[in-house]
Design a protein. Structure first.
Length: 104
């Protein structure tokens, strides 16, 4: 892979990391805001809040996993192994363009 191609994927991954981090921050703020049960008047409100919290927590877990994958891909770019399978074969550029986090 050429240096230009590596820079291209690095830019894509960094932009994706920035977007994911913003989503994580927004979810954490939302969970913090609704995390208190002080203003809950009835059991239905409590159940609805718990459902929202569970959904947000599941999404947060998914986003954190994506963040780990992006950081791993960026490390691979830095150490010269991005775009390679564990057996040493090369991942086609078309697959990386479709999914920069693609792994064999």
């Amino acid at each position: 892979m050429t240096q230009e191609q590596l820079e291209h994927f690095k830019k894509i991954l960094q932009e994706r990391l920035d977007r994911v981090q913003k989503e994580i921050d927004a979810l954490l703020n939302e969970l913090e805001e609704v995390g208190t049960f002080e203003n809950i008047d009835d059991i239905e409100d409590l159940a609805q809040l718990e459902t929202i919290n569970d959904t947000d927590k599941a999404l947060l877990q998914k986003l954190n996993e994506e963040k780990k994958q992006i950081l791993s891909a960026l490390r691979k770019i830095e150490n010269g192994t991005y775009g390679q399978c564990s057996d040493g074969s090369t991942i086609p550029l078309e697959k990386l363009e479709a999914d920069p986090l693609y792994e064999c």
